[in-house]
Design a protein around this ligand. Structure first.
Ligand SMILES: [Mg+2]
Length: 182
């Protein structure tokens, strides 16, 4: 298939949201200590979602702007762009601070004129033949595929129980290259 457009999730794929989320509650996340079978940080901490999210809601844009990219970010970004045009596709579900902080994060890395992003929780609206979504949330991929796009899972401990994959971006790049030649 010809890959015309790559849509790239941010949280859990290019930015290390989970480490920052859990640090708010004093949990030091490593690649090894995410409990097997857990999907959410609130589960890891044994908190309600509201309680878990409270410090994030309070911090606003600074929290999102300050999120650290994973070690593979630069290489992954360059390799993806060599395959097809890339557009960030990310959810603004934590309100205006979240949306504004994410825009600042992208502009810090790609320049003030950078506009290759869509902020929506309805990622499937962008689905079309030749369009690929890379995401760590299985539900997003299911909806994107049902709407006519192609989903590629970015493997992380919270979507693949027991995963200790240290180079998930390499798996994704190999899958994209295989897709492009079939
Ligand atoms: Mg994500």
């Amino acid at each position: 298939m010809k890959i015309k457009q790559i849509y790239l999730d941010m949280d859990g794929v290019v930015v290390d949201l989970h480490t920052a989320f859990l640090a708010n509650h004093g949990f030091v996340l490593t690649e090894e200590n995410w409990p097997v079978g857990y999907k959410k940080g609130s589960q890891v901490m044994g908190m309600s979602q509201e309680e878990f999210d409270a410090p994030i809601m309070k911090a606003g844009a600074t929290f999102w702007q300050g999120l650290k990219p994973y070690g593979w970010f630069e290489e992954f970004w360059q390799e993806l762009n060599a395959i097809a045009p890339v557009c960030y596709l990310s959810s603004p579900e934590y309100g205006p601070g979240c949306a504004g902080g994410k825009v600042k994060w992208m502009q810090e890395r790609h320049g003030e004129e950078f506009g290759d992003f869509v902020l929506t929780s309805r990622k499937e609206l962008l689905a079309a033949p030749g369009c690929v979504l890379i995401d760590d949330t299985i539900r997003n991929l299911e909806k994107f595929e049902a709407a006519g796009g192609r989903g590629v899972l970015f493997e992380r401990p919270w979507n693949t129980p027991g995963s200790r994959e240290r180079a998930p971006h390499k798996q994704v790049l190999a899958q994209l290259k295989a897709l492009a030649t079939h």
